[in-house]
Design a protein around this ligand. Structure first.
Ligand code: DX5
Ligand code: ZN
Length: 218
């Protein structure tokens, strides 16, 4: 079963509680929270307080995507705020292996993310530590961008790396996911899809249809 993780980046920030309950009722699997620092990526979003607020209003796993450099000093705060998965980028910290171990020490899942320009080989040594690999299919920083088609072959490569490892690792694709690109990502081996604009760009009565459509249920 493909997991769908709506990104609240495209939700209505002044009505976030309403949007969270609508996507939960519509069958979302995870809540994807994009944390940006204006340094690792050009945009600035939210911090642990937002994760804590989301935690207080939903029982779904919170999938925290840290686009901040360095990430290490902030892991504790995000873990204690209620993150279920924390994903970091391998070029955000000098010692990524240690950062992933830190995340795991809180009893939560650890993820590693690859930008479109980062090769799959960069994360190979980290595979024994991670529970999730996030493949960015846009350059990180903004919602509503177009899927970069060249990334699909990297999803295939990472699928092979995961299968060869024999470990249970989710393969999440993030950026420009819509009904058409979701099909390519799933065919290449994705098990989880982030979607911002494709979901929140619709009115809430369509959320359930979009979520099941992205999963390939219809
Ligand atoms: C981009 C973020 C994505 C983004 C996806 O930096 O990591 O999670 O919100 O948004 P869409 O689905 O609109 O491309
Ligand atoms: Zn993201």
């Amino acid at each position: 079963m493909i997991k769908i993780a709506p990104s609240i980046l495209s939700a209505d920030i002044l009505n976030l509680g309403r949007d969270l309950s609508a996507i939960e009722q519509a069958g979302a699997d995870w809540i994807h929270v994009d944390v940006m620092d204006g340094r690792y990526v050009p945009n600035i979003t939210y911090g642990p307080a937002l994760v804590k607020a989301v935690r207080s209003t939903t029982n779904l796993p919170i999938d925290v995507h840290l686009m901040i450099a360095p990430a290490q000093p902030h892991i504790k705060a995000f873990a204690e705020a209620g993150a279920s998965i924390i994903t970091v980028h391998p070029d955000a910290d000098i010692h990524t292996h240690r950062v992933l171990s830190d995340i795991k020490s809180y009893g939560i899942k650890a993820g590693i993310a690859l930008n479109p320009g980062t090769p799959a080989s960069m994360i190979e040594p980290l595979i024994p530590l991670v529970d999730l690999i996030l493949v960015m299919s846009v350059n990180p920083g903004f919602g509503g961008q177009n899927y970069i088609p060249e990334v699909t072959s990297k999803i295939t490569d990472i699928r092979q790396m995961i299968d060869q490892s024999g470990r249970t690792i989710d393969l999440e694709v993030d950026g420009g996911i819509n009904l058409s690109t979701a099909k390519s990502a799933i065919a290449a081996g994705a098990t989880a899809l982030v979607a911002g604009a494709a979901i929140f760009g619709q009115s809430s009565e369509h959320y359930a249809t979009v979520i099941s459509g992205l999963r390939g249920d219809n």
